[in-house]
Design a binder for this molecule. Structure first.
Ligand code: ZN
Ligand code: ZN
Length: 725
């Protein structure tokens, strides 16, 4: 019977896999998970073997044979195969593309994963008369070296590779594979573990007593010592040479966490992130695949690391949105980490000072075990919160007079102050004083932001930039005003006002050069009285010993957002930024400027803290019927005209409603919040259900329709979107 190979191909999204024949001359059965070269149209492609069977929907005479098999050993373990199959089904995304997303480029392009080492040995054979002079010479040479020689040594004295392979085929010599000894990872001089407080100990015990799969939510306030719990939890696993996967939001923003793992467990780490070179990615991949790297730290894509002997998955800052990929394969690394933990039967720890509502809901449903750390590890108190009402107040670059006084008093005590504003550039609006013209991006529905360094107008959504016009393009008036504040203006105003104190700005612009973030962090850690101006880059994980005050300039900006997650994100960001204050001996203070000091969200957050705030939001979420109380998917369309995008989505809605799917809510198609972005008009359709299975039934119907994706109209499906704007 003919053997049919089911092969997933990247960049061929029409089908999950394609059928090929195994030609007679390739006797050995390849194992699922190996890479295979196949003909595809007029080109060759590298595909991935999913399974072998005897059936195909395509008539046998139409099937093509494969060209060759790259690997002897599969590059995917069976458990990994289950993970990618699951992901492909859940996200309704082509299998070949899921695989493509999970591998380094060099593996996809066919690079060998094992460098094999062979030696050649002489075999006694009588019939030598037909051999050429060269062949005889080679055999004579090998006869003198009975232990055998490798190819390089033979080539070095002038024998050719062709001579070797001919003699191998004729049976005059043998080729023997020599195993190279793998280097053992060495245990370094571990700095000794810190002493745990009672809460940390209880959390550690719960994790260590557990056997097999279990998700833990390590819910610990900022500074409560979650990292120390991770470090001690993985120690016994590392001693057993099991691998631990640690996922973090962004490598550059969490250098301190990585350093701590590096110091405690040296020589056994692989760090995986988007800034690694392709060669580094390949090397890391091999180290993990061979089981040499035991601690793997990386951003979301490290979830697909080829673990040989998995022991645990840790995902730090689980609430962070960067765990969700927002383009092409739109997966959540947090959700897939749990799936992977279940498949591998290992524990998964999700850590956060501000857990997501989904995770709180999973605790309530008893899917997660809740471990709480309510005290800072050094037992210092949390900072005090104050709301500043700025209604009708005169502001200087967005700063109220009372806030200026507070800043001054902290600086005079030789302490650091962090001013948080999540907007870079100098000013977000360029306005004509005479006619009201405003500078908009030519490609987007977005205002151009005026930057001083370099002096240009930038669109923060598509990257378009241009010179500032000398006069108003509409009325030719010469008075163009730059209104509102970004971090650049804040830096300028604060430097002038507090001339004796250095001002350090931390945003995407000031940290663009490699290594600049490290320099800035060092300056902050060692400096005394200085002002830090920063975006959310400064919010996460940093420990600044001399920082005693945090000011949040626009504490209420989220209150005006239409995204269902806006309130949650606001609470997380404020709590995280606030957590930078007063981490050592001096008490921290947090000031939040707002036009709505009586808003129930802000009141609860400030008076009762993040957990009470989250409980309040949960009730609101349940009422509006959004996740985690329903399952949500979005279909988005982009076209040159808004009507085309809307028309497509309304057609989809109509098509889906014919199936009479009870328990499914399909919204009408609406324009996206930013209707035009990078020259495309965008619209969105939301599908919701209280039952996950129902939602996926509906999405399956959608994908089975095979709607065309073209230059004129691009659509994509997103499961569990975090933004519905
Ligand atoms: Zn004008
Ligand atoms: Zn733009």
């Amino acid at each position: 019977m003919k053997k049919i190979l089911k092969i997933a191909l990247p960049d061929a999204p029409i089908k999950p896999y394609f059928d090929y024949l195994l030609p007679e001359h390739l006797k050995a059965n390849p194992l699922p998970g190996v890479r295979i070269i196949v003909p595809f149209g007029r080109q060759k492609k590298i595909g991935f073997l999913i399974e072998i069977n005897h059936q195909s929907e395509i008539p046998a005479h139409k099937l093509k044979p494969i060209i060759s098999i790259i690997d002897e050993k599969p590059i995917f373990k069976p458990s990994f195969m289950r993970l990618i199959l699951w992901a492909s089904q859940y996200y309704h995304y082509p299998l070949g593309e899921v695989i493509k997303n999970s591998l380094p480029k060099k593996i996809k392009s066919g690079e060998k994963i094992e460098q094999k080492y062979y030696i050649y040995q002489y075999v006694e054979k009588k019939n030598k008369s037909q051999l050429s002079k060269n062949q005889k010479a080679l055999l004579a040479y090998l006869e003198k070296h009975p232990k055998g020689l490798d190819e390089a040594a033979l080539q070095a004295i002038g024998f050719q590779k062709r001579t070797l392979s001919t003699l191998e085929q004729k049976g005059n010599l043998v080729k023997i594979e020599k195993k190279q000894k793998l280097k053992e990872p060495t245990l370094g001089n571990n700095p000794s573990p810190l002493t745990l407080n009672t809460e940390q100990k209880a959390a550690l015990n719960a994790i260590q007593e557990n056997k097999g799969f279990q998700t833990f939510l390590l819910d610990g306030i900022t500074g409560s010592g979650k990292t120390e719990v991770y470090l001690q939890a993985i120690k016994p696993l590392i001693q057993e040479k099991k691998q631990v996967l640690i996922l973090v939001p962004e490598i550059n923003l969490t250098p301190q966490t990585i350093q701590r793992f590096q110091k405690r467990f040296p020589h056994k780490m692989a760090v995986f992130h988007s800034k690694c070179s392709e060669q580094e990615k390949l090397e890391n991949w091999k180290e993990i695949y061979n089981g040499k790297a035991l601690i793997i730290i990386g951003t979301r894509s490290a979830l697909f690391a080829p673990l040989k002997k998995p022991g645990m998955i840790i995902l730090d800052e689980e609430h962070d949105l960067s765990f969700k990929q927002q383009s092409s394969f739109r997966y959540s690394a947090r959700d897939l980490a749990i799936v992977r933990g279940k498949i591998e039967n290992i524990p998964v720890i999700l850590g956060s000072a501000t857990p997501s509502l989904e995770s709180f809901q999973n605790v309530a449903l008893k899917k997660f075990r809740h471990l709480q750390l309510n005290k800072r590890s050094n037992l210092k108190p949390l900072p005090r919160f104050y709301l500043i009402n700025i209604k009708d107040k005169k502001l200087n670059a967005g700063i109220s007079p009372i806030l200026l006084e507070k800043i001054e008093s902290h600086l005079k005590n030789n302490n650091q102050v962090l001013i948080f504003l999540n907007r870079r550039g100098f000013s977000p609006i360029l306005l004509c004083h005479s006619c009201g013209w405003v500078a908009y991006c030519q490609n987007c529905d977005a205002k151009m932001v005026w930057h001083h360094n370099p002096k240009r107008l930038f669109c923060h959504y598509c990257g378009f930039n241009q010179k500032k016009p000398n006069e108003c393009p509409s009325c030719q008036d010469l008075t163009l005003l730059s209104l509102g504040s970004g971090t650049e203006r804040l830096e300028a105003v604060l430097s002038k006002h507090f001339s004796g104190f250095p001002v350090i700005r931390v945003d995407k612009d000031s940290t663009r050069l490699k290594g600049s973030m490290e320099n800035i962090l060092e300056k902050i850690k060692t400096g005394k009285g200085q002002i830090l101006v920063g975006t959310q880059m400064l919010a996460k994980g940093h420990h600044f010993p001399n920082l005693t005050m945090v000011a949040i300039l626009e504490g209420d900006s989220a209150l005006y957002s239409a995204n269902f997650k806006a309130g949650e994100l606001m609470g997380q960001l404020i709590t995280q930024v606030a957590g930078r204050a007063g981490r050592e001996d001096k008490l921290g203070e947090v000031y939040i400027q707002t036009h709505q000091p009586n808003h129930p969200w802000l009141e609860t957050l400030v008076q009762k803290g993040y957990r009470a705030f989250a409980q309040q939001l949960m009730k609101e979420r349940e009422i509006i019927g959004f996740p985690p109380f329903t399952y949500l998917a979005a279909i988005r369309a982009e076209a040159r005209e808004l009507n085309k995008a809307l028309g497509f989505l309304n057609q989809v809605r109509q098509d889906l409603s014919q199936f009479n799917l009870n328990g499914i809510k399909i919204s009408t198609a609406i324009p996206a919040w930013m209707e035009k972005k990078a020259n495309a008009y965008r619209a969105i359709l939301l599908i919701r259900s209280k039952k996950r299975a129902l939602l996926h039934q509906c999405l399956k119907k959608f994908t089975e329709k095979n709607y065309k994706n073209s230059q004129q109209l691009r659509w994509f499906l997103e499961v569990d979107p975090i933004e519905i704007l």
